[in-house]
Design a protein around this ligand. Structure first.
Ligand code: NAI
Length: 456
């Protein structure tokens, strides 16, 4: 049996980056991927959804061009088949980029399923088809899959194609007249934003009384209002109890109602993929279906690591990237630890939301003495110059004791791009007085952070 320094199971962001870094460092590395390199993120998640959302943005601009002094003759129309084709082209380019990077770093790529068979003195035995390999070290990066709960009719209608998950919705080649989205989380809102822009009548049914889960409360309200203006209808505090071929049944305030649908998107969360990979054969500990890892990405089994959604900690591709680096650094003997307190998150609706760190509520729950500042994005010249809807805000949370930023929550154009600047200020614990000395380019929307800092 061939002996490898490292075997990685799963070729998504966590897996491919781990393999790439390990290969670069000179480890004899093999990575298994049963579907497509790039994983959910590149093939049926983060990236393809952004191609959709950008088409919607262009369409929105074209429809409201006159607000910017641009005359468009004739009717604008969305060519959904072309949107999907373009998405496929983008995905292809990025996937081949990932494969190229793996090749350049001498990683052995296996497009096949791998199963952990057991352990010997030499390492962990990995089986794939008729082949067997020994891994001195193993990184499990098998990702996550959509939760499909036992709601009556959900599974049946998934089979007939009425119900879609993130995978099917990104291949939909027409615009449904009536789309019902189950779950007002990140996927649900991004797709509601897209399909309402391009002409569907969208209804979001959400169990909680607010959308966008842990998003800061005021920002969540603004996002809801802007989406409502686009025509999205929200049923909040509404629990889905049944799915039929022509609609979704839900309970709200003790009453049962039905909202008609041609298509239904099920986006009520994701769960770690831990079944069928043989984790039990080496005794990897799990909790609520996810692999337990420490801050060095180690599992309870020596030389076995788990990165990305499979550990269920923070299901975001950029978390997986950093976890992959932490795992590989530790394998290489360079001590590295994962920190989860400063992970930015972005909702790519139009307008987009960029958030990082504590909200006022979460800080207070932790007993921190905080002050907050909230200012409208209209303090930014570029924001006003480029937008006609001017609802954006920037909210900062400051730790009074340390006089440092501990949270930032922004809704408005580019916030997803510049939130990382605030992440750096939080991570490096820069004193507010020192932030005041930073020079921001003018005019930019990110100057809002400087304005907010001076408004404290
Ligand atoms: P989510 O966890 O973000 O939201 C699911 C929502 O469904 C919750 O608000 C929940 O209250 C609601 N829900 C659950 N059961 C329900 C029921 N029976 N009836 C009505 N509502 C119900 O999950 P989502 O949107 O599926 O996203 C999955 C994962 O993908 C998340 O971990 C997310 O972070 C990640 N993701 C991140 C993106 C980004 O960073 N931009 C984009 C897309 C996905």
């Amino acid at each position: 049996m061939e002996i490898l320094d490292l075997i990685v199971i799963g070729g998504g962001p966590g897996g491919y980056l781990a393999a790439e870094r390990a290969g670069h460092a000179g480890l004899k590395t093999m990575v298994f991927e049963k579907r497509a390199f790039g994983g959910v993120c590149l093939n049926e998640g983060c990236v393809p959804s952004k191609t959709f959302l950008n088409s919607a943005k262009v369409y929105d601009y074209a429809n409201h061009a006159e607000k910017y002094g641009v005359k468009v003759d004739g009717k604008t129309a969305i060519d959904q088949k072309f949107v999907v084709q373009r998405k496929n082209g983008v995905v292809k380019m990025l996937v081949s980029g990932v494969e190229g990077q793996l090749k350049r770093n001498h990683v052995i790529m296996k497009k096949a399923e791998a199963v952990i068979e057991g352990k010997t003195d030499e390492g962990i035995v990995i089986k794939s088809g008729d082949e067997k390999f020994i891994a001195k070290r193993l990184i499990v990066a098998t990702g996550s899959m959509p939760v499909v709960p036992p709601i009556p009719g959900l599974r049946e209608n998934l089979e007939t194609g009425v119900v879609m998950t993130n995978r099917e919705v990104l291949d939909l080649d027409h615009i449904p007249e009536k789309l019902v989205v189950i779950g007002g989380g990140v996927i649900g809102l991004e797709m509601a934003s897209y399909f309402s822009s391009v002409g569907s009548k969208v209804t979001v049914v959400e169990m909680l009384n607010k959308i966008a889960g842990p998003t800061e409360a005021e920002i969540s309200k603004i996002l809801q209002k802007t989406l409502e203006r686009k025509g999205v209808e929200f049923k909040l505090g509404a629990k889905v109890t049944g799915v039929e071929k022509d609609g979704v049944v839900y309970e709200k305030d003790g009453k049962t109602e039905k909202v008609p649908a041609d298509k239904v998107l099920c986006s009520i969360g994701r769960r770690a993929v831990t079944q069928g990979i043989g984790l039990e054969n080496i005794g990897v500990n799990m909790e609520r279906g996810a692999i337990i890892t420490d801050d060095m990405m180690r599992t309870n089994v020596a030389n076995v690591y788990a990165v990305g959604d499979v550990n269920g900690k923070v299901m975001l591709a950029h978390t997986a990237y950093r976890e992959a680096e932490v795992a590989v650094n530790n394998i290489l003997g360079k001590k590295d630890r994962m920190r989860y307190n400063v992970i930015p998150s972005v909702i790519y609706t139009n307008p987009e939301v960029g958030s990082v760190g504590e909200t006022e509520e979460s800080a207070k729950q932790k007993g921190l003495d905080v002050k907050t500042v909230s200012i409208p994005l209209t303090y930014s010249g570029r924001y006003i110059a480029e937008n006609t809807d001017l609802d954006g805000i920037c909210k900062l949370v400051i730790n009074k004791k340390t006089n440092t930023l501990i949270g930032a929550h922004i809704i408005g154009s580019y916030s997803g791009e510049y939130i990382v600047a605030v992440s750096a200020m939080i991570d490096l614990e820069v004193d507010i007085e020192n932030i005041k000395k930073l020079v921001f380019p003018h005019p930019t929307v990110c100057e809002i952070v400087r304005e907010a800092i001076f408004s404290i």
